[in-house]
Design a protein around this ligand. Structure first.
Ligand code: ZN
Length: 270
């Protein structure tokens, strides 16, 4: 048995067979292994390393599997994860993060041009909300006082709810179902705490920009178009992406800036 044999075995499992042998031994009904292939590779490695005490294996195989390192009794488990040549190469894209400097750059004067946009970036970043959940927020979901009558969380919080009847078609992704209390506020859904910055940027937006055009608003959603052809209309997720793209250009940032990337910087308030 050589390391090349193990590579061939793993390639058979993951459907990356090259060479003349193909994968005839693999039951076609079973298909190919995806992410589980790394688990198989871990077992394969552990199996051959455990065999070396009782069976005479080629030294090259052991050396190949351990990358030339010998395993002492301690630290073995840690090193087992360190590298494993038969494991399939991971090429899945890593989530993109936005550094603190970039977030700071967005808040420089002249980059976010409305209080609403300041609120949007703050909420995506601090609250870890998905863009669909943010655009779908309604006033009845905002429980920003301590000990809100919903009784489901003592801190200020929001309920994120997937609704199918949002005017901007924003839909929170597959969230737990929600109810409405007799008093009209939201119960259940996904409950997220809000930071002080989230509350203050929301109120600035509401006072300065939402209330002046409130007469044009014929829905319950919090985030709206401020001008353009449809002032007062609920803001959709595409508009949020455009806002981020414009802000990125104004701040002269070269990074890709998506709602999702901001979300991954979340400093989840407790
Ligand atoms: Zn609540």
């Amino acid at each position: 048995m050589t390391l090349a044999d193990l590579h061939r075995y793993m390639n058979g499992l993951t459907g990356q067979v090259d060479g003349v042998y193909g994968a005839v031994w693999r039951d076609p009904q079973k298909g190919q292994l995806g992410a589980a292939a790394s688990n198989v590779a871990t077992v394969v490695k552990a199996y051959y390393l455990s065999l070396q005490t009782s069976v005479c294996l080629r030294p090259e195989l052991i050396e190949g599997l351990t990358c030339g390192r010998s395993f002492g009794p301690r630290g073995r488990a840690k090193r087992m994860h360190e590298s494993n040549p038969p494991a399939p190469k991971k090429n899945s894209p890593r989530p993109r993060f936005v550094s603190d400097e970039i977030v700071q750059a967005l808040f420089e004067p002249g980059v976010l041009t409305t209080a609403r946009d300041v609120m949007i970036v703050t909420w995506l970043h601090d609250g870890g909300l998905r863009v669909g959940g943010l655009c779908g927020l309604r006033f009845c979901d905002l429980h920003l006082t301590r000990h809100h009558a919903c009784g489901q969380r003592a801190d200020p919080h929001v309920h994120i709810v997937g609704r199918n009847d949002n005017p901007n078609r924003a839909r929170a992704k597959a969230y737990a179902s929600a109810r409405t209390s007799r008093e009209g506020y939201t119960l259940d859904g996904v409950i997220r705490a809000v930071s002080d910055d989230m509350v203050s940027t929301l109120y600035t937006y509401l006072l300065d920009e939402f209330h002046p055009i409130q007469a044009l608003v014929d829905h319950e959603q919090v985030i709206v178009h401020l001008g353009g052809r449809t002032p007062g209309a609920a803001l959709g997720t595409g508009a949020v992406r455009k806002i981020l793209a414009r802000s990125r250009r104004r701040a002269e940032l070269s990074v890709r800036l998506t709602p999702h990337a901001l979300r991954h910087n979340e400093v989840h308030p407790k």
